[in-house]
Write a protein that binds this ligand. Sequence first.
Ligand SMILES: [Mg+2]
Length: 244
Amino acid sequence: MKVLDKDSAVFLDFDGTLVDIVGTPQAVVLPQGLLHTLTALHELLGGAIACISGRSYQDLTGWLGNTPLALVGSHGAELLGAAPPNSQLQDLATWCSRELQAWPSTLVETKSCGLALHWRQAPQAESKVRQLADQLLQALPEHRLCEGKKVLELVPRQSNKGIALQQLMQRPEFRGKRPIFVGDDYTDIPAMQAAQNLGGVALAVGDRVQDYAQGGFNGPAQVIDWLRRSAHALREEAEARSLP
Ligand SMILES: [Mg+2]
């Protein structure tokens, strides 16, 4: 994969793109040196780097809050800040947890703007989870259903990762640059399309969304290697420019 140049604006998904997907969302491990590489790229790209995740803004901040990256949570619904708490979502999450009591390995994740039902560790619960998701959809008409890897999620209808990318591209540090989006899952497709519509590139991690991309990586380790090589090349280029 060709390394980034200084006119790139980089948009990265988190799970499955920067970190390997593991049993539960809280069990992921940040690869060594990742925060350092992201921070270096932020400087070298003049601030044009963001992470757009399906995690809540608050959750994402726990992982990447020590970097200066622009952070977007909840599939675009939380642009650079957390949404206020929503008691209806809390109540529905409690109800779901009760309904799923027979499958203790399922996980009901309450998010600031939605709800996620995970069955990665309880494959036999899939049909019950699908049934609950349909019931949730009726209770939350302003939401739509998104499917990920062994997870069904209710997300706000009016936002997606593509809209978030377009909004970030209007900010001074991103404006006029060439957007490059990297993601691995279906909820990344709107952002992959938005990057291409703005004259940029979409890159896929794994094979799930490769039909929407112009290139890709086989896993997070390859993405990180590419980011690291890009930072190195950008640093050398900047140093060459500053020579008398
Ligand atoms: Mg992902």
